[in-house]
Design a protein around this ligand. Structure first.
Ligand SMILES: NC(=O)c1ccc[n+]([C@@H]2O[C@H](COP(=O)([O-])OP(=O)(O)OC[C@H]3O[C@@H](n4cnc5c(N)ncnc54)[C@H](O)[C@@H]3O)[C@@H](O)[C@H]2O)c1
Length: 257
């Protein structure tokens, strides 16, 4: 490679990116970043109205964006979503699996409903979406899979048993796909955000006890913004990460240092 080739302007030009869970928060920041760097963007989410608002905002930057309403817990809806992307663009270069839920509940009060909701969204959804997307990437002989894990993949936070288990599972899914799909030219990696200000973390951020504990845990001394995750996540989807496969990239202000 010549030195000049190291910089790739419009990194995602002519690439089709599917951001699942892109209506708000981290997914929205990633979607906006992909669009700004030239991707043909499809955002999918269960939340129709927030997604409509987000796609309008992204379109204002001059980027094309299409949306699909999809509940990742439903195999039928997931298969339909992926079929539509393929009908539109005939390929999928980048999958960002960002959809996720979580709720802080002591283990003694954690019931099967909370377990299923969390595991079905965070882990089974990741499985269903990759099952639907990967055959096309194998045909293409290339593709980038990026899964949203968490610092909780590694660090078990109290009162989040289903969430912690789901995020550990997501990373092992990403690693398994890295091993199996590497020979097909497909990279599979995960991002591990620390504490990021979004709707998901609103209840925690409002709790003074939680905040006083957390403030001292982050060497960079601040809670992250969704945009703090967009750069590292899009790096993993870019040509710069062609030789990065099976990693968990923590983006946590040094929390796990
Ligand atoms: N915010 C943080 O501090 C943090 C830290 C580590 C990991 N994460 C992970 O990042 C991802 C994004 O979280 P966020 O903080 O932006 O939360 P968020 O609530 O702002 O966004 C989550 C998105 O997922 C969508 N979603 C939820 N259930 C869905 C379903 N069944 N089908 C389709 N879409 C669904 C929501 O509608 C929403 O748009 C999640 O996987 C979360 O676990 C977040």
């Amino acid at each position: 490679m010549k030195i000049d080739d190291a910089y790739i302007p419009d990194r995602f030009r002519n690439q089709v990116a599917l951001v699942v869970g892109g209506a708000q928060g981290i997914g929205r920041a990633i979607a906006a970043r992909l669009a700004r760097e030239g991707a043909q963007l499809v955002v999918a989410d269960i939340d129709r109205s927030t997604m409509a608002h987000t796609s309008k905002e992204i379109a204002k930057q001059g980027a094309g964006v299409r949306t699909i309403v999809c509940d990742v817990r439903s195999r039928r809806q997931v298969e339909r979503m992926v079929q539509r992307v393929i009908q539109w663009y005939h390929r999928i270069d980048i999958l960002m699996y960002v959809a996720g839920v979580g709720k802080g509940v002591p283990f003694l009060k954690t019931n099967e409903k909370l377990w299923d909701w969390t595991l079905d969204t965070n882990l089974k959804g990741a499985f269903l979406v990759s099952k639907a997307v990967v055959p096309r990437m194998v045909q293409q002989g290339r593709g980038k899979l990026v899964f949203m894990a968490s610092t909780n993949t590694w660090d078990a936070e109290a009162e989040l048993a289903p969430y912690n288990a789901s995020k550990a599972g997501v990373f092992l899914l990403a690693k398994t796909l890295a091993r199996e799909l590497g020979p097909h030219g497909i990279n599979s990696n995960a991002v591990g955000p620390g504490l990021i200000r979004t709707r998901l973390t609103e209840p925690f951020l409002k709790d003074p006890k939680f905040m006083s504990k957390y403030q001292n845990l982050i060497p960079l001394g601040r809670i992250g913004a969704p945009e703090d995750i967009a750069g590292p996540a899009t790096f993993l989807a870019s040509r710069d990460a062609d030789y990065v496969n099976g990693v968990l990239l923590f983006v946590d202000g040094g929390q796990l240092a």
